[in-house]
Structure formats: structure tokens, C-alpha cells
Design a protein around this ligand. Sequence first.
Ligand SMILES: Nc1ncnc2c1ncn2[C@@H]1O[C@H](COP(=O)(O)OP(=O)(O)OP(=O)(O)O)[C@@H](O)[C@H]1O
Ligand SMILES: [Mg+2]
Length: 411
Amino acid sequence: MSEHLIGLLLGAEEDWPRAFEELVHRMGPVRYGGETHDVRAERLTIEPFNLRSTPRTDLVIDRLAHWYYHPREWLKKVALMDDVYLLNSPFTFQSMEKHSAYCALMRLGMHVPETVLVPYKNPLDNVRWAYTSGRYNAPFDLAAVARDVGYPMFMKPFDGGAWRGVSMVRDEAELHRSYDESGEMLMHLQAAVDGFEVFARALTIGPETMVMNFRPDQPMHERYAVSHDFLSPAVGAETRTIAQTVNAFFRWEFNSCEMLVKDGVVYPIDYANACPDVAVTSLHYYFPWAMKSLLKWSVYCAVSGRRARTQVDTGPWFDIADTDASYDAKLADYQRLSDDYFEVEKYRDFVGTALPHVDEMVLEWVTSPSFDAILVDTVRSTYPPHEHERFLAHFRGLTGLWARDEAALAG
Ligand SMILES: Nc1ncnc2c1ncn2[C@@H]1O[C@H](COP(=O)(O)OP(=O)(O)OP(=O)(O)O)[C@@H](O)[C@H]1O
Ligand SMILES: [Mg+2]
């Protein structure tokens, strides 16, 4: 029997970790390569560590490193020294944030809206900065820069998340106001995709992608619409390829990608989310799919001994990008590279032979009292008491709908 530990580095979330732990437990031992593999999940604690110590984990699902340095440095240590597999690796998420993602996708030929990076509004709190900025910061005409980008536009931090510092700018007065408020944040000006038809938000875990119909103007629990053919098959495939390309390119394996579709053109606007939202209160119908995908991919990586790689290899991507081939031909090549990166064939074979029972097991779990207990506890800890009943009915309804759809699919 070989043993594998999946470590969870968690912040304030309770819902999905509980779901994930329960699924790992229900899954039981896995047969692969003529051996039996015992997989366990455990929440990791933050404590002093010797740089030469040996970690117990094969794989870590990280939700902390983007804002908490101690676990981030531990992750780097176990990646560099012990080949621990990370979803996601701070090596790529620290050095390659939103800004790098825009750059990479532009070179790959995607329709990233016109984007300009402007210098800080306020000098950084650093004694040397006054001299540097006085001597080398070139004066610039913000209004003229903005006119070239065109109104309306979005001003947003180069590395942002959770709407921090994001504003829509419709005219010069708003431009100056937003820039004054940006303070010590480094900002992009990005042309708005105005009047888009669909906001497609793709959640990708390993090679598994779900493209969802997202409505940013709705309250959190209603942002994801349950709809299955809101994109044409061609545009649906394109959004999937873009999401997987981003992930394979940067080696981000648990990420969400936001794309706006207008007149049949797909505009990627945000696709570097180190800690994508997988709360049951936002994903509802899609939550079982997300948990199942996280289970399959993390178990695949841990059990098959998939090799972790900390560095991005841009070469093969740019070899395709820099040719005269059409956009569609490039997309097909990117899909091939990302299928290679995620070992799609080997993975599908693994799921079919080592995890044949997982679909049925997840369905059984979603209709069980223990899934309902997660819903009850999550609703209680998320909403005020007078809303409990309404929200519980809402989430029971949507996850129940998933279970019926899934049962119908299974025949
Ligand atoms: N170029 C754009 N065109 C149209 N809408 C945009 C554009 N850029 C951003 N937005 C809108 O602003 C929102 C926030 O922008 P963005 O996703 O870049 O920031 P964020 O901090 O990552 O926010 P979130 O955590 O909600 O994803 C987007 O979800 C979208 O609704
Ligand atoms: Mg976003």
C-alpha cells in the first residue's frame, strides 16, 4: 500500500474544504499501476519549519500564499527541495500576475482590450523614491493617454483581485478622480468591452473546464446562471481553449478566466486568479462539478506521481504565436500544447480505470444528509437568521437540480 497526503492551506473557507475532505474519505483506496494507493487530505498548520525538513505532503492545494508570506515561503521550499506538487505554485503566481497574463495573451494573439500601464499616482513610501521620481519620472498627460485608450474604460490594479481598486471610467472627470484615489496602487487603463452579450467565466482545474454564464451585476448567489447553451459550440470551444491555454502557459492549475463575448469575438479580461472562488454559495449548481474535478485532478497528480515544474516555458507557445498562421489555427495548436501539458490522455485513462466509481459516488454524496449538513452550516454562517430559510431553499434547489441532471446523464 502506498500512502499519499494532500495538504490544504486554508483561509476562512469551511464549505469546500469540508466537501473535499469528505470526498477523499468516501473515495477509498485507489488501484493504479498494480498497486493500492491510500489518499488522505489534511489541513496544514502554520509553524516554524527547518528548511531541510521533509514534508509529509505529496500535493498541496493552496489558498493562502497570495497574501500570507509564511506559507508562501514554505510552499517554495517544498517545491524546490521536495518536489511537492502545488495547486498553484507561488513561483508563477508571484512573478506572473494579471499584467503578465495580459502581455502573454496579447502575444498569443488573443483579443485583449487595449491596455496601458500608468505610473503610480503617489510616490511609494521609500526614501529613495523622491529622488528617482524627481529625476526620472517623465511628466505625462493622463487625459491624452486615456483618449488613446478610449472611453468607457476600466482603471484597475496591475495585480488586483476581488474588485479592489477597480472602477469604470466614463469621462475625464472620472479619470482624474479614479487616478487620484489609486494612491499607491499601480494601475492599468483598459478599454471597456462595452455592450457585451455574454460574460463567460471559466473555472479550470487541471484539464477540466466549466464555462459558466456569469452575471456580474447580480448579487453573489445569483451571479452564475444555470444555462447550458448560452454560447455557440464554436465560441464555447474557443473560451475553453483560451482558459486552458492561460493555465498551461503559466502552469496555473486551479484558476478562473473571465471573458466577454461581443459580436462573436471573445475578449479575455481577467485570468489570473490564484485563489478562484469555489464557494458553494456562489457556484451552487456547479459546486459538485468543481469538487469532483478538484478530487480527480489532485488524486491523479498525487497517485500518478506527475512531476511538478516550477518554471514557465514560453518557447513552444511563442513558436506558434509568432507565425503567420490564422487565429483559429493558433488556437488549435494551443489546445494541443495544453492537452500535452495536462497529460489529457493519461489523465482520462486514469479516471476511467482508477476512479471509475467517482461520478456515482459524488452523486450519492450530493443527495446525502452529509452534503445537506454542509449547506445548512454554510447558510447559517453566511447569512443573517431571517434569510436562512430562503437561502437554504435556494441552494438545496440548485444542487438538487444538479443531482437530477447528473442522474439523467448517467442514465
Ligand atoms: N475591459 C473590461 N471591459 C468590460 N468590463 C470589465 C473590463 N475589465 C473589468 N471589467 C469589469 O470589472 C470587473 C472587475 O475587473 P477584474 O476582473 O479585472 O478585477 P478583479 O479585481 O479580478 O475582480 P473579480 O475579483 O471580481 O474578478 C470584471 O468582472 C468586469 O465586470
Ligand atoms: Mg476578475
